[in-house]
Design a protein around this ligand. Sequence first.
Ligand SMILES: Nc1ncnc2c1ncn2[C@@H]1O[C@H](COP(=O)(O)OP(=O)(O)OP(=O)(O)O)[C@@H](O)[C@H]1O
Ligand SMILES: [Mg+2]
Length: 512
Amino acid sequence: MRLKAMPPLRLMIAVGLMLAPLVVALAAAVHSEALSSGVAALVGLLPLLGAGLALRLHQREAAAVADYAAQLSHSGSPTPPTGAPVALGGLIAAVARLHRVAARRTESVQAQLDANDSILDALPSPLLVMDAARQVTRANLMARDLFGDKVLGRDLAATLRTPAVLEAVDAVLGGGATRVFEFTLPVPVERTFEAQVKPFQRTLPAADPLADPVADSANDGLSVPAPVPQTIRMAILTLHDVTAARRSEQMRADFIANASHELRTPLSSLLGFIETLRGPARDDPEAQDRFLAIMHDQASRMSRLVNDLLSLSRIELDEHMLPNGRVDVLDELENVIAALELKAAERRIRLILDAPDSVPRVAGDDDQLTQVFQNLVSNAIKYTREDSDVTVQVTVVDGAAVGFAGLPASGRRGGRGGARMVAVAVRDQGEGIARTHLPRLTERFYRVDAARSRAMGGTGLGLAIVKHIVNRHRGRLTIESEVGVGSAFTVYLPATDESLGAADSAARRKAG
Ligand SMILES: Nc1ncnc2c1ncn2[C@@H]1O[C@H](COP(=O)(O)OP(=O)(O)OP(=O)(O)O)[C@@H](O)[C@H]1O
Ligand SMILES: [Mg+2]
């Protein structure tokens, strides 16, 4: 803003008013002939010129102060006008002080805004703020992580095209009440969000008229109109990721559906046979024998299923508690192999244990580890080719080499170096499993060929049980398979520092 020079007419009137009493006095003196009119004109003209000059100078200095104030509001630190007279010097100091106070206030408002940004960024859920034109004016860290930095300053529709979200935001911006709903983002990975769109009124200070060059030119620099604040309606969108909750609900529902389905099949077959035994087969002892054998199979299947389900829920219950026993894996494996040898022989399968003389004990529950090895070896027997080898290989490996970190202290050798793991790999020479099935094999009831597994008496819970037991032991299960070649299921278990001496293992082998 520039202070304009006073128009000449105004200047003359101002000077005329200042000198009016002198003119009246001089006129009276001329009238009473105390002064000649020439002298009176001279006496009147000199103060007139002096006052005009003084007013002009004063006005120039006032303009310099106004300039200084304008520069302060734009650039922040101009040099104050030099050679200012005492009266305006005070004014310059007052303007500079006023500016310093305003600058401090701005800084503190800025600090408050920065703190608000940090608080928004600390929120665990994405949050976006849209203005009346649906442009995103704020996005917290989680929102920027989800949608990228380019979300800011653009229409929400440019980033998030879900119609339900856009509709809700439009409705809220149009005066509607808060909306809560769920939607799914299909990419990059499918995620389900619970969204809340809330209205929010924001009062904006009106544009500063002095900052507007058009308004400024119409302004005489003395009267500044007060800015009129403006209220605008905005919308706040918060997203809450409910993918895990929805997935677990779905899994629970699937689980109940699967379990009931698995039980219903043998149950309806049992009911059918009971009907037949009471009716058409009442007097047919040969058919009765046949049917009773099938009924026995079906009942055993139901009992196995119920046992597996109970075992799974028990394991899940104490999955968070580390087992406190010490288990000799070789002992367990020898027992499991001995128990399954007969079943293997039926398909002319050779069970081979390939292990060092001794391995460190693992922290574990022996019954549960027996269940793990039994499941894996019996799967290998069931799904491998007839007349082939199933090898159970035991090795001691460095945990770090197989991607292990953060193991309990008992899994570390001498407190430093890599954690030792006992690896048990069960390898078969079966037809293998296609890659697409691998990630889902440990899901409950998941079977590559359900009919075949069911025909072999499988419930599809074996590997789910294995996975939960291995988790409880803070171990890991890996599955490698090649179609047409065979599969390898490897269980890694953290070793303790207790090593079996050679004498122990020799004694054990002798006893075995
Ligand atoms: N060694 C293997 N070779 C090929 N496929 C396998 C092997 N082990 C498991 N599978 C596949 O994984 C599926 C799931 O195995 P899991 O042990 O959980 O169930 P199951 O053997 O069918 O039944 P259960 O073990 O409860 O009696 C099996 O149905 C089978 O399709
Ligand atoms: Mg199995």
